[in-house]
Design a protein around this ligand. Sequence first.
Ligand SMILES: Nc1ncnc2c1ncn2[C@@H]1O[C@H](COP(=O)(O)OP(=O)(O)OP(=O)(O)O)[C@@H](O)[C@H]1O
Ligand SMILES: [Mg+2]
Length: 256
Amino acid sequence: MSDTVLSVQGLVRDFGGFRAVNHVDLAVERGTIHAVIGPNGAGKSTLFKLITGSLRPTEGRIVLDGHSVGGRRPHVIATRGLVQVFQLSSVCARLTVAESVALGIIAHRHRTLDVVTGYQRRARAQAETILEQVGLGGQAATIAGTLSHGDQRALEIAMALAISPRVLLLDEPTAGMSPAETAVIAQLIVSEARTRGITVLLSEHDMDVVFGISDRVTVLHQGQVVTEGTPDAVRVHPEVMAIYLGHAAGRSEELA
Ligand SMILES: Nc1ncnc2c1ncn2[C@@H]1O[C@H](COP(=O)(O)OP(=O)(O)OP(=O)(O)O)[C@@H](O)[C@H]1O
Ligand SMILES: [Mg+2]
């Protein structure tokens, strides 16, 4: 039986006269890793911003765990369990790694001023557990802004995990990473999804990551869904191959 945690129905987003997202339907099953792929400008980031509430839909519905959330503010959607990975640059890069994660926990629970109950100390302990899980256990006292690019992305994921999301959105989690850093992040996504039952929706240009870790893949092109299916089915889909061959010249995103 299907158990859809996130569903998008007839979603449209116009920018002036330009339709960036064009009647998109998407159903994400609970506990799965679901990738959205497509060439540059396909509408992936716009779709994610609509889902997180940072952009308002022109038309259509977004349903999270049975609740209509389309057009709601991001913090409202976050309290319903859907979280996009924070950009570290928007967080204070002068905090330590452990402080960054603890801050996420405290802010999410609106307990910033609650020093009496030792809540901050507990948040710190929780942060350290999460840092162990993402492989940053030895870096708790490091200033966040001085981490390597790969470790900063792992910290961003730790900060999102700190607030126990039901659905985690990752827009190009491996962008700009070395192959070794990419492998670590891909493994982290898989282990979080499998061991904590977190549903992951990600967009990604690295096809090894997409086909290596995803349960389902949705292909977007010019704002529209071309196909949706298992990695094996999508990989050999004629229209998908044609889209990628048409865009692959000089690029590293062939489907091979
Ligand atoms: N705020 C905006 N105003 C006008 N046009 C926009 C805006 N945001 C996105 N677009 C346009 O919408 C289209 C989809 O952009 P989007 O960023 O969603 O693509 P994408 O699939 O994430 O691409 P990439 O793979 O390069 O990240 C593009 O043509 C883009 O120029
Ligand atoms: Mg994008």
